[in-house]
Each structure stands twice: as C-alpha cells, then as structure tokens.
Write a protein that binds this ligand. Structure first.
Ligand SMILES: Nc1ncnc2c1ncn2[C@@H]1O[C@H](COP(=O)(O)OP(=O)(O)OP(=O)(O)O)[C@@H](O)[C@H]1O
Length: 757
C-alpha cells in the first residue's frame, strides 16, 4: 500500500473507508464525552464527562496566581537556617540526618517547599464522637472486608457515604463523530510566573529570595510560535467525513459509568489498542477494566499511537503516518484515587513501544518525560511504570528527584535503559543545566506528562516548568492530569498544551470534586483547644477502628515536626514526613505507612497530592489549607478506589472564612469533643516535654505561613496577636524571639508583641 500517496492525495477516503470500523470503535467511545468549545466565564456550566477542545478558548487576562508570599513560612524556615545559632540542637534525630549543615546547603541550592494545609470550621455540639459507620464497601474494587461502624453524629448527612453504589449506567452512544475541527495547533507562549516555594517535597529553594521582589503576573499571548499540527488537518477531515457515512459496532464500544460514585468503566483494557506485552503487564498488575478516567482518555491519547493488529494493518499504517504533531494533547480532570497514573503511563508506554530502538546510540533519547511535583509522587509513578513494563524488558524507567545524589542519577541514566524519565522539576532542571548529554537526550521527548498539572503550573514551579518545556521538542504530545483544574489553570495551560487540546472532565456536572463516600467535617476551635481536640479526635478514631490509618496534615514542615513530637509524647504511634527530613527517611516512612495499619502519619503538604496510601481511614487537616485545591487533594488521601473515608478540618475561628471556598462540598459540623481534666493534664505534660527548639521553629514557621495568607497576614498587628496565641497553645507564654533579619523579610519589623534578636 502506498501510504504516502494516501496521505497526500486529495481523495484519501477509500483507504479510510476500508479501515474505518476499527477506528470508529475509538471515536465512538470518545464521543461519549460531550465536546464543546471552552468559553471561560462564570456562567459556563460544567459538562458531564465533558471533553472540551482547547482551541476554542477565548483569551482573558490571566489572573494573578497565588500570593508568592504564601511561602513565607518556608522563607522563615529558610532564613532561620541562616542563623549561626540555628545549629544549636535543632530537631536532630537519627531520622533527620540532613539537619543543619546539610540542610543549610540544601536551602541555598534547592527549593524546600512546604505548604501545609488543613483547615475547616468547627461546630459547637455536645460530646465528641467520631464513630464511623462503614457499611458494604462494594464497588468495582471489591473491598474484601466489610466493616460496620456507627455514627453518633446527629446531622442528617451522617448517612452519606454509606449508601451502596448506584448502578452504573452504560456508556452512551453518540454519533457526533463528524465534528470537523480546526487542525491548527498553536501552542501558547511560555510566559510563566515567578516561583513560589511550598513544601511539595522538592528541596530546592531557589527563587525564594527573588520571590520577595514581588509577584509577576503571567501574560498570555496569542502570538503562538508553534505551527503544531496543521499537517494533521487533512487526515482529520477525512476521518470525520467517513465517520458520518459509517456505522460502527456497538458490541465493542467501551462504556463508562455515568455515576458520580463509580469510577470504574465497563471497558476492558484489551478493548483498546494496547500492545500485547503492555496488556500482560496490566493483567499482572491486577487491572482488568479501565477506570472512568482511563476509559475516557486512553482512546483519545492513543489515537496516533495505535499499533499492532495485523488485520488492521492498512489502518495502522495510515494512522502512524500522520505526523506526530497530530497527537491530541489532553488536559484531564478526575477525582482523587481514580487511576490517573495508569491513564497517562499506559499511552506513554505505547509511544515507546512504537519507537525504534537504536542500541548503538551513544546518548539514547528519552522518549517520555513525566514531571511530578513531589519526590514521593515521582517515585510512586516510576514504580507503577515499572509494574506496567514488566513484560517490556527493552524499556526502562529512571527517576530523578531532589534529595538523591545527582551523580548517582547520572550514572544510573547512563548505565540503564531510560526511555521513560520521571522527575521532580527542580532536579530535572539541575540535570538540564549540569548533566553532560542530558539536553541532547531530552530532544527525543515525544510525550510530556505533567502530573498534578495545576500544581506544576502554579507559581512555585513555573520557572522550572518553563525551562523544562524549552528543553524539549515543541513537536510532542502533552498530557496533563489532576483532580483539580481551577479556572486559572485553564487560562494558562496553553503554555504547555497545544491550542486544540482536549479537556476531559470526568467529574459529572453538578457533582462535587470530592468523593461522596468520604464524610467531611469541620471543627472550629480556638488555638488553645486545638491540640487537645486533635488528640481527642485521634483517640476516638483509634478506639473506633483498630485498623486505623490516619494522616494529619499541618501547615508547615516545622509545625508538622512540632505536632509529631507532641503526639509522640502522648504515646501515639506516629510517623512524620516533611521536607525537613532526609529523603532516605521520607522514603522509608512512606513505604512503611503504605503497608501499615494502626499508624498515624503527621505530614506537611509533601503528602497532599497523588500519594497512594491504601486504606487511609481518616484525614485531619489542622489549620488553614493553602487553597481549596489543596484541601481536596489532602482529603483525597482517603476514600481511594471507591472506598469510604473521613475527613476533619480543624480551624480557628478566624480561619472560618476558608469554608466559603469549599461551600459546594458537603462539609458538616463536627461536635466539639469534650476534654476531661485528665486529658488536659496529659496534654500539658506532653507539651512541656516537647523541646524548646521545636516550639521556636514552629512559632516562626507559623508566623511566616499565616503572614503569607492574605486574609490573615494583611493585618500585621492582628497576625502577631494570633501568633502569640499559637505560642501560648504550645505552653510558651512569652513568644520566642525571632532574628531581625527574618522579621525584616516578613515585613514584620517593629510590630508590637514580637520579640527580636
Ligand atoms: N484499572 C484499574 N483497576 C483497578 N485498580 C486500578 C486501576 N487503575 C489504577 N488502579 C489503582 O487505583 C489506585 C489509585 O490510582 P492513582 O494513584 O493513579 O489515582 P489518582 O487518580 O492519580 O489519584 P490522585 O488524584 O490522588 O493522584 C492505585 O492503587 C492504582 O493501582
């Protein structure tokens, strides 16, 4: 067959007609997602399983992103590290070998982002009880154990999350396949905002000082520089024409569950054009059917990487002859814990499968680049990729993340197969700048994946992402996934995606971004009550469920350290993870927590996104979450794979405003726990045993964090009053002194109530 001729002839239809039924299988499936042009604006309603092309985006002035000063918590940590006296007995433990010198040098060269989240409002009911009711957890992941708990919450919503899953609806058949699209794929300018620094687990703090200079608002430009996929227009048109003339087989048409509670589709992986060895890997991983997000995105992403199937050879040849620029970029939104990792890894692997392997190449190209915001997430994605690649011995995955010796990574990338590279942004940038031959290898990238895309596009990472995008070919496929895609991200995603990208939203219209089987509560309490309440909630939960597995999110790394010490003094079985811990320790604790039950993980936002700890029973967020998105991601550590879970947001009265940002979520008031005199005494004793250094560091970090939260930090006098309230809640009536330099950086010099040194 003369493929070239078919592509260039003005009459390609006969060829496509021959192969059409196969193709339609996928197009038909994909069309279950409504396709509309995206129009930003408040009146736009969320489509049901929507699939939107990015090409229709009208430009709006992009809103300034989050305050850069958000990271002052980190800044304060960082600056405190510069103090000569910071070496005095800092939170040192065998678990934290990177303290002091190591940490300080890391501070200068890296970004230790620590954003802590947590938050909620409180109620004022009577006695507190956290008894949970977990009835049949039946869902497609078939929970083996059935647990029953009961709830003593009086709210009428307490039954939420216990109802069985409604029946799945079969995928709908739509015939709007003939939509003719403009094939112009112009990519937006890469005008990114300045960095910010939050505790996302990266240990580079570059840019922090520059950030003090103020925020730079991103400017988006229409003057795109990438011709993109003009070449693909002709083929698309042809396919569209044919689709109108042909019917397709219904039996193989994948179907999706249209139920907001269900995230599994009826589609088996072997219904999609996936290579046999990948299918073997999928089976080995225990996956049979696709989750909804996988079923919604795979056919669209795979469109141009369709392989195999000898019977369809003519089709395959035609499709593979389409220039790679024709691949659809995808921005996908799906709830937490619903299988987004496989959704982007699998089609990426198929790209590698299709690419010729040249063993003689001195610097073999990296074909797939996966960028994740935290080290834990990058490691996890690489592990998942390795599992899927079990039967692809010629394809290798490598990980590059902060906290690991760069020379080791260089060696590993040179000595091993590395068609797929998973990385955190800061370390990737380091390799681009410092690793010989790395930039050349990156020029082979065909697929770029931005996991937790909204996080990667926010200010904390933009500079790095900008640099990364500049280092890879423009002619590539870009995939972005997240459980949250705020409007501002839609506005700026053109910096990475082609203009005609697909936005696939698997969250049903009218449905919440959180899982209905996760019961969400808030508790508002003054700071001096928060530690006792936290303890009471934990004790109650542990009593209720011997298989408890709890995550407590705190606002900053230092505050996380303080809470971990306090709970440790109270003899709870705790572990801690945050950016102040050495990577080896973080990895070890993360692995342990993944496998354990009867454990409490106290953490900063390094664990907020993506990390897949199975069977987490409760997520507690202490203090103001950095954003609505962060609240959702943190909560998403429980209730994964359709399971039940609980979330409690513990807020101070002056943090209650946060509830308005999540008012669309079903967060109910929790009853106020009663603290008996014994517990009170126990708490006082435990607080007195926590070392002074932890308290001082936590105070400073607390001040920095809330200083960066506009609604709290704008009134500096009030901020200091609150900080001193926090100090008293730790048992320090006299607030710790803060270095003048730090106060200056925070804009807090000469504010009454602060002590300087
Ligand atoms: N098709 C499937 N069938 C069964 N289990 C699956 C399937 N795909 C993924 N999983 C499992 O579902 C769990 C959640 O997947 P994953 O961590 O990718 O979720 P996610 O959507 O990325 O979550 P988050 O938004 O928190 O990052 C994992 O344990 C994964 O192994």
């Amino acid at each position: 067959m003369n493929v070239g001729l078919s592509l260039n002839t003005p009459r390609p239809i006969p060829i496509f007609s021959r192969v059409f039924p196969f193709k339609l299988k996928y197009l038909g499936f994909a069309s279950q997602f409504s396709t509309r042009a995206f129009r930003p604006g408040p009146t736009r309603s969320r489509p049901e399983f929507s699939r939107l092309t990015g090409g229709g985006v009208e430009r709006e002035e992009s809103r300034p992103s989050k305050s850069l000063i958000e990271d002052e918590a980190e800044l304060s940590d960082w600056v405190s590290d510069l103090r000569t006296n910071s070496i005095r007995g800092q939170v040192t433990s065998e678990d934290e070998p990177d303290s002091d010198m190591g940490r300080r040098s890391r501070s200068r060269s890296g970004r230790a982002r620590e954003t802590d989240s947590g938050g909620n409002k409180g109620g004022d009911a009577g006695g507190f009880s956290m008894k949970r009711r977990r009835e049949s957890n039946s869902n497609e992941f078939s929970e083996p154990t059935r647990r029953r708990t009961e709830s003593r919450f009086g709210s009428p919503t307490t039954n939420r999350g216990t109802v069985g899953l409604p029946k799945e609806r079969r995928g709908r058949r739509e015939r709007d396949l003939g939509v003719k699209r403009d094939g112009k794929g112009l990519r937006g300018k890469r005008g990114f905002i300045d960095d910010d620094v939050v505790d996302n687990g990266e240990d580079e703090r570059k840019g922090l000082m520059q950030n003090l200079g103020g925020l730079i608002t991103e400017e988006e430009s229409d003057s795109d520089d990438d011709g993109g996929n003009d070449n693909g227009f002709f083929e698309k048109k042809a396919l569209s024409s044919i689709s109108l003339e042909n019917d397709f087989e219904v039996k193989d048409r994948p179907s999706l569950s249209a139920n907001s509670d269900s995230f599994m589709s009826e589609t088996r992986f072997d219904q999609c054009s996936i290579s046999p060895l990948s299918l073997k890997g999928i089976n080995h991983a225990g996956y049979e059917k696709m989750t909804v997000v996988q079923a919604a995105t795979l056919p669209i992403i795979l469109k141009d990487v369709t392989v195999l199937d000898v019977e369809m050879l003519s089709f395959v040849l035609v499709v593979t002859a389409i220039p790679s620029g024709d691949c659809k970029d995808v921005l996908a939104k799906a709830k937490t814990g619903t299988g987004k990792t496989v959704a982007f890894l699998l089609p990426s692997i198929e790209v590698v499968v299709k690419s010729p392997l040249d063993r003689d190449q001195k610097r073999p190209p990296i074909l797939v680049l996966v960028v994740c915001p935290t080290r834990e997430l990058a490691t996890q994605a690489a592990t998942e990729a390795k599992a899927l690649l079990k039967y692809h011995p010629a394809i290798g995955v490598q990980v590059v993340i902060g906290g690991v010796r760069i020379a080791l990574e260089q060696k590993s990338m040179n000595a091993n197969l590395c068609q797929i590279l998973v990385a955190t942004p800061g370390r990737l940038k380091d390799h681009i700048e410092n690793t010989a031959g790395f930039a050349t290898r990156l020029m082979g990238v065909k697929v770029l994946v931005l996991d937790e895309a909204d996080r990667l596009l926010d200010m904390g990472f933009r500079k790095d992402i900008e640099k990364i995008i500049a280092a890879i070919p423009k002619q590539r496929q870009t995939l972005m996934f997240s459980a949250t895609v705020p409007e501002e991200v839609r506005q700026i995603c053109h910096s990475a995606l082609k203009r005609d990208h697909e936005f696939i939203n698997t969250v049903q219209e009218g449905a919440e971004d959180t899982h209905s089987k996760v019961r969400q509560m808030h508790l508002v309490a003054p700071l001096d009550k928060q530690f006792p309440f936290l303890y009471a909630i934990l004790k109650d939960h542990m009593a209720d469920d011997p298989d408890y597995k709890v995550i407590v999110f705190c606002t900053t790394a230092r505050v996380t350290g303080l809470v971990a010490r306090l709970l440790g003094e109270l003899n709870l079985n705790i572990r801690e993870i945050h950016s102040r811990k050495a990577q080896t320790y973080r990895t070890r604790v993360s692995d342990e927590f993944r496998k354990s039950k009867g454990l409490i993980l106290v953490t900063s936002d390094v664990s907020a996104r993506g990390v897949d700890y199975p069977d987490v029973t409760l997520v507690i967020q202490v203090g103001l979450p950095a954003s609505r998105e962060q609240y959702i991601h943190r909560l998403g550590r429980t209730g994964r794979k359709g399971k039940e879970g609980e979330g409690v947001l513990l807020l101070a009265p002056w943090e209650e405003f946060f509830l308005s940002t999540v008012k669309d979520l079903p967060i109910t008031k929790a009853p106020v726990p009663s603290i008996d005199p014994d517990t009170k005494k126990k708490m006082e004793r435990a607080l007195s045993q926590v070392d002074m250094n932890s308290k001082e560091s936590a105070y400073q970090a607390w001040l920095g964090y809330y200083n960066s939260q506009k609604k709290v930090g704008n009134d500096k006098h009030r901020l200091v009053e609150l900080a001193n309230e926090f100090s008293r809640s730790m048992g320090l009536d006299t607030p710790p002194a803060i270095p003048k330099l730090v106060l200056g950086k925070m804009g807090l010099r000469n504010i009454p109530g602060l002590r300087s040194k």
